[in-house]
Design a protein around this ligand. Structure first.
Ligand SMILES: Nc1nc2c(ncn2[C@@H]2O[C@H](COP(=O)(O)OP(=O)(O)O)[C@@H](O)[C@H]2O)c(=O)[nH]1
Ligand SMILES: [Mg+2]
Length: 319
């Protein structure tokens, strides 16, 4: 039997065939030439699904919340994309998450883990493509779980229509979230592990920070949850729905998606330029700038300036 064509894969994925969907995701995850074609094809049909980002520190309960959310959404075909920051060698973490989710997740939920393998830049472009494929396959909502620690992770987390930031009770957790830049990207806060002491204290800290920093016409609500018991998850889902309708009515959905597309294209240009820069550096012949840098005749800055001029003209193209 011959391998199915891309059209056939998309067709099956749309009817709910998990294996076909998995194959398409593997193609975009690799980010090779095929990925470009898959992405192109997916982009045509994408734009229907609600994309919800769930982020926070490791162990805060993101996976437990995500699994429960998919279940209470009542959606026919929810999908979970878990971005795992661990290397493939510690794949146990992925498995652990999967099992934890499976315990609370209905069988209609499609779950996929994506390992970052240390390619922070690659992650920024692979995730939007994976979301695009899930969207084109008819999954909705698409819940993306990321660890909100570094700049890239926060950026990826914010690449959603609605971003949920999870914190847990305990001194300074809200402050940590603030430092990581999570406060600015949060549309909704969750104080999870509300079964522990001082969940109200954590809420108070967040309220105070919001009082100081809040701007615009949406103030992030704070929901207390005990995800392991499923407590508060209905409330969280209601707030997500309220935010979705705010996005629609305010026109913010269109603006956000535009901004997202814009930074996705910029991210790709950046990656592409770096690739090309390395190729140019490695393939110069004769008295190359690099050779002169090695001889200490030319500074790296001056070499970069020279090579840059061969890469792009000095002035941006005129309208
Ligand atoms: N006590 C308590 N434990 C929780 C709660 N939610 C999650 N956990 C536990 O916290 C640990 C980490 O949860 P997980 O969902 O994997 O967190 P993640 O790393 O953010 O995805 C697991 O042992 C969970 O069972 C909660 O509401 N209360
Ligand atoms: Mg997790």
């Amino acid at each position: 039997m011959s391998a199915p064509s891309l059209d056939e894969l998309f067709e099956s994925a749309r009817t709910g065939n998990r294996r076909a969907l998995g194959r398409l995701l593997t193609l975009v995850e690799r980010q090779d030439d095929n990925a470009v074609i898959v992405s192109e094809r997916a982009h045509r049909d994408a734009g229907q699904a609600r994309v919800i980002g769930v982020t926070g520190a490791p162990g805060s309960g993101k996976s437990t919340i995500t699994g429960r959310l998919a279940a209470v959404s009542g959606a026919a075909r929810p999908a979970i994309l878990a971005i795992d920051p661990s290397s493939p060698l510690t794949g146990g973490a992925i498995l652990g998450d999967r099992i934890r989710m499976d315990n609370n997740v209905s069988s209609s939920t499609f779950i996929r883990s994506m390992a970052t393998r240390g390619h922070a830049g690659g992650l920024a472009v692979a995730v939007p493509d994976a979301v695009r494929v899930l969207d084109a396959a008819g999954c909705d909502p698409i819940i993306v779980e990321t660890v909100g620690v570094g700049q890239v992770e926060v950026t990826v987390a914010a690449a959603a229509d609605t971003t949920v930031v999870v914190v847990t009770p305990g001194w300074g957790d809200a402050v940590q979230a603030n430092k990581a830049g999570l406060l600015e990207v949060a549309d909704i806060f969750v104080v999870n592990k509300a079964d522990r002491p001082d969940a109200r204290g954590a809420r108070r800290d967040l309220e105070l920070m919001l009082d100081l920093g809040h701007q615009g016409d949406w103030r992030a609500p704070i929901v207390l949850t005990t995800a392991t018991e499923g407590e508060g998850i209905d409330d969280l889902w209601s707030e997500i729905e309220r935010h979705t309708s705010y996005l629609h009515h305010s026109g913010e959905l269109i603006r956000r998606r535009c901004r997202r597309r814009r930074s996705e294209v910029a991210d790709r240009i950046e990656l592409g330029l770096r690739d090309r820069a390395l190729r140019i550096i490695d393939h110069q012949s004769g008295e190359s700038a690099m050779v002169r840098v090695e001889r200490h005749e030319l500074s790296p800055a001056a070499a970069a300036e020279q090579l840059l001029a061969t890469l792009i003209p000095d002035n941006p193209p005129k309208e």
